[in-house]
Design a protein around this ligand. Structure first.
Ligand SMILES: Cc1cc2nc3c(=O)[nH]c(=O)nc-3n(C[C@H](O)[C@H](O)[C@H](O)COP(=O)(O)O)c2cc1C
Length: 185
């Protein structure tokens, strides 16, 4: 699969790191693009910065030379993790002024998977209306709401409960988190 991972300036850079850590570039073509504000939040949240696994291809936000800027070369799936309300709103309203936004627009028009992982809380009516628009346009909204029934013991394990659901929706096999009742069967 050809997967584009987009990272924005929402809190939750660790979600992006753990997703990248669990996508094997020898199995999938993995591309990464950062929004303009993502580096500032990554600097706050990830000591040592974002680690790009060997084989991951990174793209400049401002260059439309990336393949997925065109419908003729859309990725199979795009994940925006974490997804800021600003980026989410811009996608919902068709802004395409950089390669991240354009790629999301392309994913929707080409009927490819577009998975948005917002972290924001609480939500206002504008956020909810934008969620609705994006759902109607075919996106998946997968909020970064961790689960606790697997009794995670540390922050990475908490984060992985969300990353596991992202991998499920991408269709990427994983054993990151035990599934409900799996251990007992
Ligand atoms: C430490 C920090 C945490 C932030 N967390 C969020 C967040 O969880 N959700 C959100 O929508 N914006 C958050 N923001 C604000 C966004 O970074 C800001 O709206 C930015 O313009 C988003 O730009 P982008 O969508 O191009 O990444 C945060 C900003 C900072 C500095």
């Amino acid at each position: 699969m050809r997967i584009l991972v987009a990272i924005t300036g929402a809190s939750g850079s660790l979600y992006a790191q753990r997703l990248l850590d669990n996508l094997d570039p020898s199995q999938h073509e993995v591309h990464v693009v950062l929004s303009q504000y993502a580096p500032a939040v990554i600097a706050e949240e990830l000591p040592g910065g974002l680690r790009l696994p060997v084989g991951v291809i990174s793209h400049n936000l401002k260059s439309m030379n990336a393949p997925f800027a065109s419908g003729s070369s859309a990725p199979d799936a795009m994940v925006i993790i974490p997804c800021s309300m600003g980026t989410l709103g811009r996608i919902a309203h068709g802004y395409s002024q950089d390669v991240l936004l354009r790629a999301a627009d392309v994913a929707l028009k080409e009927r490819k998977k577009l998975i948005l992982v917002p972290r924001e809380t609480p939500l206002n009516l504008i956020h909810l209306r934008n969620f609705e628009l994006l759902l109607l346009a075919g996106a998946t909204i997968l909020p970064a709401n961790p689960s606790f029934y697997t009794r995670p013991q540390n922050v990475v394990q908490v984060v992985d409960t969300v990353v596991a659901r992202v991998l499920d929706h991408l269709g990427v096999a994983h054993q990151l988190v035990a599934r409900w009742k799996e251990a007992e069967e």
